[in-house]
Design a protein around this ligand. Sequence first.
Ligand code: ZN
Length: 359
Amino acid sequence: MKIARLLLIAPFLLTASLRAQIEPRAALVEPAAWAALDAGQARTAAEGFRDALAADPKNPRLHLGAGLAASLERRDADARSEFERALDLDPKLAQARALLGQLQYRMGDRLLAVRTYETLVAMVPDDREARATLERWQREADLHDRMQQAVGSHFTVSFEGPAEAALAAEALEMLDRAYWRIGQLLGTYPSDPIGVVLYTGEQFRDITRAPSWAAGAYDGVIRLPMRGALDRREELDRVLSHEFTHALIRTLAARGVPAWLNEGLATALETGTLDWADKQTASHPPVPLRVLQSGFGRFSGAQAQLAYATSALAARRLLDEAGGFAVANLLRDLGEGIAFDAAFLHRIQRPFADFASNH
Ligand SMILES: [Zn+2]
C-alpha cells in the first residue's frame, strides 16, 4: 500500500500584482513548465522552473512549481526547500504550506507537519480538507505519545498497552527472520532501524485510510492492524514479511518502481506458498503488467486479489530467471531515475515487453 499522492495544483490564478513582477523570460518559460507538470512530465517541468527561476529567483510561485516537480520526482529534500523558499517569499501562499506539511509528514517529520498544518488551518479556516488532515495527524500523534516500544537491532515496534507487549516481542522475532531471509535473497540489508506500529483495526483505518481489504501498510513506517493477530500467527508473519519487503525496496529505490514490481516482490517474498495466486490467475484472463503501474488502493477486494496474484507470479518468475541480485540492481537503477525499459534490459538481460508477454 502507498500513502495518498501529494495534491497537484493547477497553475491558475496568478494575481495581477504577481504577474507584473514576473520577468519577461520567466513569463515565457513558466506556462510550459506548469503544462509539463499537469502532464506528469516531472523532469521537463523541473527544467522549466529552473530556467524561469534563473531569470526571476524571488518569484514564490516558481518555487512552488519547482517544489511540485521535485516531489513528483521524489526528490523530497529538494521539494521541501523549494516550498520553504516559496513561503519565505510569500507566507500567505497556502498551497505551498499545504504541500510542505504533506511532505514533512511523508518524510517522517510528523510533529513539524502538524505545526505546519496548524498554521495553515489558522490561515484558511474554511479549508475542510486541511482541518480533517490536521485532526487525523493530531490523533495519530496523541496515540503515539501513549505507545510503548519494543526495540530490536533492525526494528522498533510501537504498541499501545501491556496486552500487546507479547505480540510486539513476537513481531520483532518475525521481522528479524524476514530481515535475514529477504536480505540474503536480494543481497541487501537495510542499516537504519525500521519503525513498526501495531494498531487496533479502527486506529489503522483512521490513520492509514487504507482500503478495507488491506492487512498492512508501509509509508516509511510499517503499520499493521492487529485484528486477531495473536490467534493467527502465520498471517502476522506473512504480513510482516510483505511490509518489510516494501521497506527494503524503499531503501533501494524511493521512486520509479511500478506497482506490479513493488507489490509483486512484497507478495512473492511473503512466508507461505503462492498456490492461491496460481489458482486466482488460472480462473481469470491475464492482466497485462502495464496496467498495474500505479497503486492497487483503487481496486475492489476481488480486483486487488487478481492484481496481487498477477504481480506476485511475475515477480517470482523474475527472481527465478534473473536472481535476487539482478532484481536489486534493477531497483537501484529505477531509484536513480533510469527509465524502466532501459534498466530492465540492462539488468534482466531481456526486453520488458518480451518478459511481460510471457506470463
Ligand atoms: Zn503491499
